[in-house]
Each structure stands twice: as C-alpha cells, then as structure tokens.
Write a protein that binds this ligand. Structure first.
Ligand code: FAD
Length: 358
C-alpha cells in the first residue's frame, strides 16, 4: 500500500501500543460486525462474531452494531432481527436492489460509505469466501489494517489485539492496527463459539442510502449454479465428523470413513495430504488451511495430529483417535485413544453402530 503522507508505524512490540492514541481516533466508536447475507440466508459466522464483538464492545465501553447490506425484502428484515437476537445494540442498514447478489463493487461501496460516515472503531467479518473478498477490498479502499483468519480477539490498552497463527501454524502472533481506523479482522466459521440467541425485540436501525447505479458496476450476475457436491459438505457445522488420514493407506480405504459416517449420520473429512493426493476434494479438509470444526463428536482415523490439523479440531466436545502408533501426537489432545489398525477397526465399528441403530 503506498501511503507516503501518513506517519510511519511505531516499532513492533507491546511498547508501541502504550502511547496515547491520536486525537482524531476519538471520532471512531462502536464495534461493528458484518451480517453476511447470501442467497437469503444469514451465515452463522455472523452470530459467532456478534458473540465476540459483544465482549470487545463491553471492554471498550462501546456499543455493538450489526451491518446489514441487502435487497429490500423479507431476508434482509430477518437478518436485522437475527442481529438483534444475537446481541447487537443497533443495526446499520443499506437496503438496495443492487445488493441482491453479492458483487464486490456495490458491497464495498456500501460498507466504505458506512464506515466513512459513522466511523467504527472495530470492524469484524467472517472469513468466508464472501467475507474475505469484501474485507480485503474494504481495507484497501479505506487504507486501514486487516488481520485475516484470527483465532483470538481481545482489547489491550484500548486497541484490538488480533491473534492468528503464523509460520505454518507453529507460532501465534498478535497484530495491532495502531495508526489507522477502523481496526479490521476476519475470523473463520466455527473458530469462535456460538453465543446464545435471545428473543430481543428489534432495536434502533440506522439507514444509509447506496449511492451507486447499476451502470457503475462492471460485474453482472448472469445466474447462480450451486455446486451440489460442495453444498453437501457442511463440515464446519456438523454435529459428528469422521475423518481419515494418510494412515488409511489408499483412496479406496476412504470408503471405510464414508461408511462409518453414513451409519452414524456424520459428515466425513480428511487431513491435508489426502487432498494433495487428490483422494478427497479440498472442501473436506479439516485444519488450519481447511475447515475449522466444532462437532459434538470427532473421530479421526489414521491421522497423526499435526499442529495444523489440531487447530482445526480442538474445539470438538469429544475427540476419538484411532492410530497404530501409541506415541502419535493426536493422543495428546484426544479424549479417547484407540491404538489399533483403523482399516480393521472402522468396519467393525460401522457394523456395531449399524446393528445398534437399526
Ligand atoms: P501422517 O502425519 O503421515 O500421519 C499418519 C498417521 O496414521 C500416523 O500417526 C500413523 O501412525 C497412523 N497410521 C498408519 N497406519 C495406520 C493404520 N493402519 N491405522 C491407524 N493409524 C495408522 N494438515 C491438515 O490435516 N489440515 C490442514 O489444514 C493443514 N494445513 C497445513 C498448513 C501448512 C502451512 C502446513 C505446512 C501443513 C499443513 N497441514 C495440514 C499438514 C500437516 O502438517 C500434516 O502433514 C498432516 O496433517 C499429516 O496428515 P496425516 O496425519 O494424515 O498423515
């Protein structure tokens, strides 16, 4: 980013954030969460972020706002009601037919106009396909800092402390946006816990007009083809996930994982090498560069438990690991470890469940 007129950022380290914040930062207030509405549905990551946003807003003594960008109609009204139900104190709304399908230009325009008018201190978005696209263009348009794929958010000395993995997941770094506002961060679905839903009545809605016409938008939506295969892989929000790793030895043996998943009504997933080998599609990968999951039960077969896998699964309530090596790292964080050959054990487990559940 070329930005020659702005002062240089302070030197790295905690010492840098102890200084007085610039006077004009006092205009910035409230914690904003983008309520992601796509094809009539609110993405649950928006509610997870409202839960986190609430904590940040309370620490800063500020209000929590939901940002709803959508076409006039029922879905947008529903998104507003849900934002309040999950804790928003107020909602900023841009309602326009041009926002019916996600396109970068009108959404960036709507969000940056809102930011420039109402000046949020913090802006959070889900690290979904849509959220990542929007966050990047909003941050570069506003010339502010964006920390992507955060695993922890906090307020330290009045600034957003956005923590994320670095160096291939072996270290965590905490990033501060000290000289620019708003402080932006994205968080992947399921990384943060879902807050409780309340039946709060709709509160204050602040409307803003979209100053853009269809002629100004280069992107046209000609149609929408839903990838049925991907749409089925709802790993992030599944209650039970069965996953296979390299220990299964071959693509054919992955059928054992799928059979168990089918028997117990689970989604199936895998470790990264299986995607790299072309044995499973990328949307089935669990871990740091795949999906983060928080199921009630996670069964990992033939997976060693490398740190990049662990960070994606450790939010599971119960982790069951099947591995031939009693020293495999996965046994350090599994709740239940079974030291055995998964290729023999999985069919027996599937049969036992099928008998019990039929
Ligand atoms: P291995 O590490 O080879 O483990 C196989 C395991 O199977 C071993 O523990 C072995 O004892 C066991 N085994 C062997 N035979 C049997 C048997 N018959 N029955 C039972 N157990 C058996 N990985 C991910 O999973 N997700 C990610 O998102 C991810 N992101 C990454 C990002 C980066 C930047 C990097 C550098 C790496 C990433 N990785 C990721 C890769 C990660 O570091 C590991 O290489 C990977 O998780 C290992 O996969 P695995 O456990 O299937 O294979």
């Amino acid at each position: 980013m070329s930005n020659a007129n702005r002062e240089a950022p302070p030197s790295a380290g905690r010492a840098g954030i102890k200084r007085e914040l610039p006077e004009h930062f006092r205009d910035y207030r409230h914690v904003w969460v983008f309520i992601e509405l796509e094809r009539g549905e609110v993405h649950p990551v928006s509610f997870e972020l409202l839960g986190e946003g609430r904590k940040l807003a309370d620490k800063l003594g500020m209000q929590l706002a939901g940002i709803v960008l959508g076409p006039p109609g029922e879905a947008t009204q529903h998104a507003i009601a849900e934002a309040f139900a999950y804790g928003a104190d107020l909602v900023y709304l841009v309602e326009a037919p041009l926002l019916a399908d996600y396109r970068n230009e009108p959404f960036t325009k709507a969000m940056t106009d809102l930011v420039n008018t109402h000046k949020p201190e913090i802006l959070l978005l889900g690290a979904t396909t849509l959220g990542r696209d929007l966050a990047g263009s909003v941050a570069t348009t506003l010339l502010t800092g964006l920390t992507a794929d955060c695993t922890e958010l906090d307020v330290v000395d009045g600034s957003l402390a956005a923590t994320r993995p670095t160096f291939g997941g072996s270290l965590l770094c905490t990033i501060y946006t000290l000289n620019y506002r708003p402080q932006m961060a994205t968080v992947r679905p399921r990384v943060m816990a879902m807050p409780p839903r309340t039946d709060k009545p709709v509160g204050r809605v602040i409307r803003h007009k979209l100053s853009m016409t269809e002629e100004e938008i280069i992107t046209k939506v000609l149609g929408f083809n839903l990838d049925r295969q991907s749409a089925k892989a709802n790993l992030a929000y599944a209650d039970i996930v069965v996953a296979g790793g390299l220990g299964l030895g071959s693509a054919e043996n992955l059928q054992l994982v799928k059979n168990l998943a089918r028997a117990i009504g689970a989604e199936y997933g895998c470790s990264r090498p299986l995607v790299q080998k072309g044995w499973m599609p990328a949307d089935r990968q669990v871990g740091q560069t795949g999906k983060t999951i928080r199921p009630k039960l996670y069964i990992a077969a033939g997976i060693s438990g490398a740190i990049q896998h662990r960070v994606g699964v450790e939010g599971a309530d119960l982790i069951v690991a099947i591995n031939t090596d009693p020293n495999a790292p996965i046994f350090d964080f599994a709740h239940l470890g079974i030291v055995t050959d998964a290729i023999r054990f999985l069919p027996a487990l599937t049969e036992a469940f099928t008998r019990r559940l039929s």
